[in-house]
Design a protein around this ligand. Structure first.
Ligand code: HEM
Length: 187
């Protein structure tokens, strides 16, 4: 029976939906960002950058909602069968990912503002600039944005590697805590 809230054993369907939605959008966002950044100066580049900026602000809003849900619904603790150091590393990775998923889009928004590339959210809402146009500042925020998203990519690689190890090497059921279906016995 699916449950909305997290239990002590597993994530509820709201936390699972946030997790997989943010995962898919962040992957798409990486692809669109790299693609747009490598296009020659053109209308197409502006259009793809516009999708990237709109999607990025959408991700920021979703991550803030997800964090609010997490505060109201603490995640199920990692089981004692996992060594303490692994539980600590996994917890630190999760917390750092949350911080970066807030700070990296903010750096992108600061960059777009300083570069004079104001965001019109999917052509629907004119989003205010965070700072006035300033070329030098724009270069600083651009480097910050790229550095932070590179760090997200590294942490995600460790996160996905760890999850796959639980699913296919250890088969300890940790991966299933984030999946809407459960095996009859331990995976
Ligand atoms: C989780 C959210 C985000 C991720 C994962 C992300 C990721 C990326 C990536 C991978 C690139 C390409 C870097 C390169 O190859 O040079 C990029 C570029 C860029 N991003 Fe983001 N981004 C996010 C949010 C945002 C937001 C919210 C904005 C603005 C509102 C933004 C504005 C930009 C801009 C303007 C560029 C182009 C840099 C250039 O001029 O070359 N990003 N982003």
């Amino acid at each position: 029976m699916p449950h909305f809230r997290n239990s002590t054993e597993s994530y509820g369907i709201i936390a699972q939906a946030f997790h997989w939605l943010v995962a898919v959008l962040v992957f798409a966002q990486f692809g669109i960002g790299v693609y747009a950044a490598n296009l020659p100066v053109s209308l197409a580049r502006l259009q793809w950058l516009s999708y990237h900026k709109s999607l990025g602000l959408g991700i920021l809003a979703l991550v803030l909602l997800r964090l609010a849900w997490r505060v109201a619904n603490p995640p199920p603790p990692l089981p004692d069968v996992m060594p303490l150091w692994e539980r600590r590393v996994a917890g630190a990775n999760h917390r750092l990912l949350y911080v970066l998923l807030v700070v990296a889009p903010l750096a992108g928004w600061l960059y777009a503002s300083a570069a004079g590339l104001s965001v019109n959210w999917f052509g629907l809402i004119q989003v205010p600039d965070l700072v006035a146009k300033d070329r030098e500042l724009a270069e600083v925020f651009k480097a910050l944005h790229i550095g932070l998203v590179a760090l997200i990519a590294l942490l995600l690689a460790a996160h996905i590697g760890g999850a796959l190890r639980h699913a296919f090497v250890r088969r300890d059921g940790i991966m299933h805590r984030m999946l809407p279906w459960k095996p009859d016995r331990k995976s």
